[in-house]
Design a protein around this ligand. Structure first.
Ligand SMILES: *Cc1c(COP(=O)(O)O)cnc(C)c1O
Length: 459
């Protein structure tokens, strides 16, 4: 079933002038359709389904996906948010799902099936890594990891005749080890496969992977898009440029090019460049069922209206904090923020993230795990929790929490030391945040001094 959204007013995803800036577009792109009642805010259609007001509507819906029938297949609140996100990412269509994990899983299930493989950067979110290591192999989809995402030869070397997608994060955490998205997109296309980018940490305000050649973009909308730490959600955005004329398209993606079950036209015949996202929407997401609540969709939509304002401030504060931490040489070993000239990916950051380098990064305390404990216990403004992209500043100790499933060697390879602390910078006054960090560093210095003295006394 090919769904036509907004049967009562067809409007393109983005009918704003191309010249409109991001902040204007986050409020006005993909406007709500004209209806007899005209609310300014997006209404929440909190309903499982929709009445057919005329007998023939039912058949029209089941025939060509005309209109709304059941919220797992489509809901106006969800559609409104999907269209806004698609416009901001420069994609053609988006599918909202119940979490970021669902977005990653369902996007990739739309391109790879049993016996096929995905090549991924090793530096990915831990939930994604678990999905790739444990779940996908159980479905017969293997994942090959590339340790140094900047090394194009490693990517090329990992691609086999079975590979159906490359996967990378636009800003990996905690180490900010960026990859060259343009080069990866070219490589993927040379093999006739899509590049899938998790753009959670950059957000479309800082980076739009589709402009650099990416084919699919996924997000955890729980983070910056929703922005206030209230909901869990995810989104899949497609470039709309699925190329069915590529020599390998028929062999690689038969589910998009073969005739429908009753012998009707293929998805490519019906949806052209949108065949892939239509398949993900109708045959993966609607069947496996990670449907977002319209209430959650509304919250994500509210968040998006202030996205640029938050992300701009969070990035500017993060840069200042990273610079300040780097100046604390006695206590801090290394600061992994790509906006710093000392960072190995600073050249890529200058190229891909000119508006700001994000607000999630790590740094390593010289005093190891005891220092990290004292540091986190002393912080008052930073909240100790496993989340990011919130308006509040957050802190976490990766070695004992998010990355505890990795061996010590794997943690080291990912740049996670016993003294590594990850921060996600919020929108508080940056001077207050620095004062909080300063207080925590002072406490670390005091306790390490005390323990050194007691060791001397004991010795
Ligand atoms: C949080 C996160 C996810 C998972 O998203 P959920 O909404 O928690 O399911 C995926 N990728 C990245 C980069 C994340 O930060």
């Amino acid at each position: 079933m090919l769904r036509k959204i907004y049967p009562y007013a067809v409007s393109p995803v983005d009918d704003l002038d191309d010249a409109a800036g991001f902040a204007t577009r986050q409020l006005h792109a993909a406007p709500l359709p004209e209806t007899p009642i005209t609310p300014r805010a997006t209404p929440i259609y909190l309903t499982a389904g929709f009445r057919f007001t005329e007998y023939d509507q039912a058949a029209a819906h089941f025939g060509d996906g005309e209109g709304y029938a059941y919220s797992r297949y489509g809901n106006p609140t969800v559609d409104a948010v999907e269209r806004r996100i698609a416009a901001l990412e420069g994609g053609s269509e988006a599918v909202l799902v119940a979490s970021g994990q669902a977005a990653i899983a369902h996007a990739l299930l739309g391109v790879a099936s049993v016996g096929q493989r995905i090549v991924s950067a090793a530096s990915v979110y831990e939930g994604t890594r678990g999905l790739f290591l444990d779940n996908f192999p159980r479905l017969g989809v293997g994942v090959d990891f590339v340790n140094d995402a900047r090394d194009l030869e490693s990517w090329a070397g990992a691609i086999t005749a079975q590979t159906r997608a490359l996967f990378v994060e636009s800003i990996p955490n905690p180490r900010n080890d960026l990859a060259d998205l343009h080069a990866l997109a070219d490589l993927a296309h040379a093999y006739g496969i899509p590049l899938v980018v998790d753009n959670t940490l950059a957000t479309p305000y800082l980076l739009r992977p589709i402009e650099h050649g990416a084919d699919l973009v996924v997000h955890s909308a729980s983070k910056f898009l929703a922005g206030q730490g209230t909901v869990i959600g995810g989104v899949i955005v497609d470039s709309g440029r699925f190329d069915h004329r590529a020599p390998t398209a028929g062999e690689f993606f038969p589910h998009l090019l073969s005739r429908s079950r009753l012998g009707g036209p293929s998805l490519v015949d019906r949806a052209g460049g949108n065949a892939r996202i239509q398949f993900i929407r109708d045959s993966i997401v609607a069947r496996l069922g990670p449907t977002p609540s319209p209430w959650t969709a509304f919250q994500i939509g509210q968040g998006i209206e202030t996205l640029s304002v938050r992300v701009e401030r969070q990035s500017a504060s993060a840069l200042r904090i990273a610079q300040w931490l780097e100046s604390q040489r006695g206590a801090v070993d290394e600061v992994d923020y790509s906006g710093l000239a000392s960072h190995p990916a600073n050249d890529l950051a200058r190229r891909y993230l000119p508006r700001g380098q994000g607000s999630v990064f790590s740094f390593t305390l010289r005093g190891g795990h005891p220092a990290a404990r004292t540091f986190i216990e002393t912080l008052q403004i930073f909240t100790h929790m496993a989340h990011l992209g919130d308006v509040r500043s957050l802190v976490l100790h990766p070695a004992t929490t998010s990355h505890v499933q990795r061996s010590v060697q794997e943690q080291r390879a990912a740049g996670i030391m016993p003294g590594t602390v990850r921060v996600a910078i919020g929108i508080e006054d940056v001077d207050d945040l620095i004062a909080d960090l300063d207080r925590a560093l002072t406490a670390v210095a005091r306790t390490s001094h005390l323990s050194a003295t007691s060791q001397e006394m004991a010795g």
